[in-house]
Each structure stands twice: as C-alpha cells, then as structure tokens.
Design a protein around this ligand. Structure first.
Ligand code: COA
Length: 446
C-alpha cells in the first residue's frame, strides 16, 4: 500500500468516526422508490445498507413499486389510472401490485444474500424479515372518485417491528396492508415509510428517489440543492407549492418529510438514487448530498437579538482571556448583534457564531464561533456552522472564511481549506493582525 494512500485513507476514515458513533443504536427508515430498482440500483443500495447496519444502525426498508406495477398493467393491456396523485387500484391493478411486490421482495432478499469474496458484501450477514406489520384502511371516495383497493396506513405493529429489529434483522416492508377483515390494500411507499418512522419514533427517515432534493429556489430547476431545510421553512415552502401529482413535483416527498418531522422524527431526507452511495454520503459526511428537513425546535438555533448580548459576552469571555478568541468590546457586540446566531437551551446561551458579510468580495467571515465547555462535542459547533452557511447563502455569498490560531483542524474536517492571508477581501486585510499570525481558512458554499 502506498504512503500516499495511507495519508489520505487514515484521516478520511477518522473523519467518519463521529458519525459512526452518533448513529450507532439509532433507527433509520429507508424508503426506496420503485424507479431505483427499475434502474438496477438494488445491488449497490443493498451493499450500502448492509454496511450501515453493520455499524449498529437498525434499518426498516420500504420499497416502492410504481413502475413495476405499471409494467404489469401494460403487459395485461391496461392503462394505469391515477387521481389526486394516487393510483386507483381496481382488481386488475391489485393483482399486478401483488405480483410486483412478490417479485421485488424476492429480488431484495437476493440482493442482501450476495457475499462473493472481495465485494463489499463479503462476510455480511443481513437477515431480511418481512411480515404483516401494517394495517390498512381504504382511501374510499374522494371528489366522487372511487379508489377501490387503494389504501392508507391505519396502524403499525410497532412492537412486532421493534422485536424483529432487536433480533438484528433488517425489516422489509412492501406498500401493502390488510384490513381487519383480511382485505388487501395497495398503499404508497411514502405513506408506509412515514407512518413506520413516526410509529417507531425513528431517528431518520430517508427517501431514495428520482429527484436530487429540494432546490434553494423551488421554481428554478438549475438552482442548487438546499442541504438543510428547517421544518418551519419547509412548511412555508409547502404552503406556496401546488398540490403534487407526481413524484418529481417538489411538494411530493416534502409533504411526507414534514409529516414525519411533525410526528417526532428528528430528521427526514430526500436523496437521489442516481448518485452512487447517496445513503453513505448523506449519513457519514458533514454536508450530505440531498435535502434534510430538520425540526429546529430540538436545537433552538436562532438569530440573536439585543437581549442576548449579555449571554454572548459571558460565553466568549473565557476564550478571549485565554487568547483563543480576539477581544471584542460589549459595545461592538451590541452593534453587531444582528450578525450573531446563537444556540439556546432553556433560556441559557450555549453557543454562538457571527457572520460578517463582505458582499463586494462575495464572501463573509464567520467569527466568534464558540460552544460552552459544558456542551462541547455534542454537535453544536457543527449546527452553528450549518446555520452560518445557510445565512451566507441567503445573502448570495459564495464562500465563508475564518481566522483561527488554534482550531484549524476542526474547520479543515468540515470542508475549509487554508489560503494565504492575501486572499482576504481588501477591507478585512487592512484589519488583519499580522503579529497574531492567524491562519485563514475558506469554505466554498455549494
Ligand atoms: C471549536 C468549537 C466551536 C467546537 O464546538 P463543538 O460543539 O464542541 O463542536 P462539535 O460537537 O460540532 O465537534 C466536536 C469535535 O471537534 C473536536 N474539536 C474541538 N475543538 C477542536 C480544535 N480546537 N481543533 C480540532 N478539533 C477540535 C472535538 O474533539 C470533537 O471531536 P470528536 O467528535 O471526534 O470528539 C468549540 O470547541 C469551542 O468553542 N472552542 C473554543 C473557541 C474556538 O476555538 N473557536 C473557534 C475560533 S476561530
């Protein structure tokens, strides 16, 4: 093995460690669109899920089957019928759905049974268990349309699923449910995955879909993907969007993410299956790849007001005294309060960071990033960084930079690169203290 490989592999592997520790013992519900399976992505998705499970994550996998059911319908000379963005399941469609579900379960079990030497599945032992964990009810009539055998989730057998997960198995669910009279109903993958995530109070709900995520400008298909969408912003966006009729509509997966977050699931994600390793990238890297809807109430990250100035001063003072941070007067913080973002728990400020924009250079300085020694290493530093990045993007900035003497590695791990102080915007260079010899680190914003 070459030295170059060691130098890249070891720091890279270590950088993943915090995420592995954080996710160990958590429950993740993954909803895979039928389109992903039709696009032959199943073997790689199974490999990634096996790896995630081996790192102590309990997984419920829900598959979709929209294209597979349509294929069967067309083969029988029937046209798929939809209304209100939902399939109308007549008796032929129900037969097709049952056939498609049977076939897909078979394929998924086969994918998890791979184990050729020298492949990522070598040595993996993933037990896949399916069952009658979902009780359904009919959709019934909507605006005069009879949805026949299309159903909605009525109840989830949480205890049954949890016991199966505790045995170390991966739970596989098809979008099917049965009524107490034994009648079968065709459900949607999204409804089943969301209902299961809420019933289990899962840590994450992840949709692997045909869309790349939610765009920063939902009306501009060329705009960047919004990697983190606070629940409140997600609801505002949802209210402004037309009702979704197909999976590629912005509101389609978003509505389920919102429902999950409101139901107590901390984080819901929309990811593109077209990107190889999308699940790994989203779970084990800082920025992830798709869109994460997050309930910020949990985190209480917010912009500061004048009332927060005393709390900010108390927080950063010890770090000014030991020289980690440069000294800022109270009046300076009062003047700049609007630039600060804080983390508050029960009325006490535990973290802060400021963003000083330099719009002429399309960049901004993140300054005074501080987390209380009582709550360090719990991810608050990262949350502040994320919020500062969101604020910077909203102001049209293309990068953020920091000046640091002691915390360089924390920033490098989070996508910053070191540059020469000459890189600084002119106005900031004039204030640069050449004696302090701070390192300048820059992060380009996606
Ligand atoms: C840097 C700081 C904001 C990080 O806050 P945090 O909430 O602890 O950060 P996170 O929980 O997101 O990350 C914690 C990880 O960063 C590491 N870390 C903390 N300080 C670090 C430093 N100076 N250099 C490198 N890594 C550091 C921790 O060891 C921890 O790693 P682990 O998860 O592998 O155990 C916090 O340590 C702090 O307030 N430091 C003093 C002020 C400061 O240096 N600010 C930066 C000024 S430019």
């Amino acid at each position: 093995m070459s030295n170059v490989f060691n130098f890249t592999f070891v720091p890279w592997f270590r950088s993943v460690a915090p995420y592995i520790h954080k996710l160990r013992g958590s429950t993740v519900v993954v909803g895979v669109a039928g389109e992903a399976i039709a696009a032959n992505k199943l073997p790689l998705i199974a490999q990634d899920l096996a790896l995630i499970q081996s790192m102590g994550v309990q997984i419920v996998l829900v598959h979709g089957f929209r294209p597979q059911v349509n294929e069967q319908l067309l083969a029988k000379g029937h046209t798929p019928q939809y209304s209100h963005g939902m399939r109308i399941t007549d008796s032929v469609a129900l037969d097709c759905a049952q056939e498609a579900a049977g076939q897909l379960r078979y394929e998924i079990e086969a994918a998890f049974s791979q184990g050729l030497p020298n492949t990522p599945m070598a040595g993996a032992t993933v037990r896949v268990i399916s069952g009658n964990f979902v009780t359904a009810r009919p959709v019934g009539l909507m605006d005069g349309v009879d949805f026949q055998h299309s159903g909605l989730v009525r109840k989830i057998d949480t205890e049954g699923i949890q016991r199966t997960l505790d045995m170390g198995a991966l739970v596989l669910l098809s979008p099917f449910g049965f009524s107490p009279t034994g009648e079968a109903f065709n459900l949607t993958m999204e409804d089943v995955a969301t209902s299961v995530a809420v019933a289990l109070q899962a840590d994450k709900l992840m949709f692997l879909t045909e869309v790349p995520g939610i765009r920063l400008d939902a009306h501009d298909p060329s705009s960047e993907i919004d990697t983190e969408l606070p629940l409140a912003a997600a609801k505002t966006l949802m209210a402004a969007l037309p009702a979704p009729t197909q999976p590629t509509d912005t509101a389609f997966y978003l509505q389920h993410c919102i429902r999950a977050c409101e139901g107590g699931v901390d984080r819901s994600h929309i990811l593109p299956f077209s990107v190889d390793g999308a699940l790994l990238l989203e779970i084990y890297t800082h920025d992830g790849i798709g869109t994460m809807v997050v309930d910020e109430k949990l985190e209480s990250v917010r912009e500061a007001t004048m009332d927060d100035v005393s709390g900010i001063v108390a927080l950063i003072e010890p770090f000014e005294k030991d020289g980690t941070l440069v000294k800022r007067d109270r009046t300076e913080i009062e003047r700049d309060a609007g630039y600060y973002t804080i983390i508050e728990h029960d009325g006490v400020i535990f973290g802060c960071a400021a963003l000083y924009p330099y719009p002429e250079a399309r960049t901004g300085e993140m300054a005074a990033l501080t987390v209380s020694p009582d709550t360090q290493s719990q991810g608050d530093g990262e949350r502040l960084l994320k919020r500062i990045e969101t604020r910077a993007r909203a102001q049209g900035l293309q990068s953020i930079f920091v000046l640091t003497t002691r915390t360089m590695h924390w920033f490098i791990k989070r996508g910053f690169v070191q540059v020469n102080p000459d890189w600084l915007p002119e106005a900031r260079k004039r204030k640069y203290n050449w004696d302090r010899k701070s390192q300048v680190l820059v992060k380009k914003l996606p």
